[in-house]
Write a protein that binds this ligand. Structure first.
Ligand code: AP5
Ligand code: MG
Length: 191
């Protein structure tokens, strides 16, 4: 089974590369950002609360994430070749909770893939996407806040998996295919 975490700063290509991994390795994609945006589109209570954090570039509370994700992880690891976690865990507390959840399911994380992209390129990609995405967080002010929160809260998750020898840094600059080639070689070496 391949249970992969794809991690990296806003705009590094987590969603883009997840789509390619889903196709090649037949994995289930779980994106906390997509799940939250779905709730926002439905105008549910959870969505309305989440939007107040997301539009300011802040993380939503851990409990909200766990409420929507734990059931999905349990379901998607059942009878599947594995999962891709995109946008989760986002801080060390979430990483610890994920480890406990996986152990209770008798599963484990195979690898964390950390996509490294220069800040200038991240900003360019997100500003460009903001022209059409309709995402309330794709504007320069919020992008800068997201990048700062990433450094402060999410970057330490890498150390958590480095200590478990389950960490791979990938150069996330270049064409989508070039980057996917790098990701595939790392995954293939783990199978
Ligand atoms: P989330 O949805 O996870 O957003 P993010 O981390 O900010 O990342 P993005 O989705 O913006 O970028 P991506 O890395 O997926 O890149 P993409 O492939 O789209 O989270 C949003 C918010 O939800 C958070 O700020 C937080 O509030 C909340 N949240 C989510 N999870 C949470 C959690 N666990 N805990 C608490 N809060 C949580 O690519 C970006 C753009 O670049 C696209 O337009 C793409 O086409 C383009 N692109 C991709 N690759 C390339 C390339 N190689 N060259 C040129 N362009 C490229
Ligand atoms: Mg994404």
């Amino acid at each position: 089974m391949l249970n992969i975490i794809i991690c990296g700063a806003p705009g590094c290509g987590k969603g883009t590369q997840s789509d390619l991994m889903v196709e090649k390795y037949e994995l289930k994609h779980l994106s906390t950002g997509d799940l939250l945006r779905n709730e926002i589109a439905l105008k549910s209570d959870l969505g309305l609360e989440a939007e107040s954090y997301i539009s300011k570039g802040n993380l939503v509370p851990d409990k909200m994430i766990f409420d929507i994700l734990s059931k999905a992880i349990a379901e998607q690891t059942k009878n599947s070749k594995g999962i891709i976690l995109d946008g989760f865990p986002r801080n060390v507390a979430q990483a610890e909770a994920l480890e406990t959840l996986m152990a209770s399911l008798n599963k484990e994380i195979t690898l964390l893939i950390d996509l490294n992209v220069d800040n200038e390129e991240l900003i360019d990609r997100l500003i460009k996407r903001g022209e059409t995405s309709g995402r309330s967080d794709d504007n320069l002010e919020t992008i800068k806040k997201r990048l700062a929160i990433y450094e402060q809260k999410t970057a330490p998750v890498s150390d958590f998996y480095k200590q478990k020898n389950k960490y791979a840094a990938i150069n996330g600059m270049g064409t989508i295919d070039e980057i996917f080639g790098r990701i595939s070689s790392v995954i293939d070496s783990k199978r």
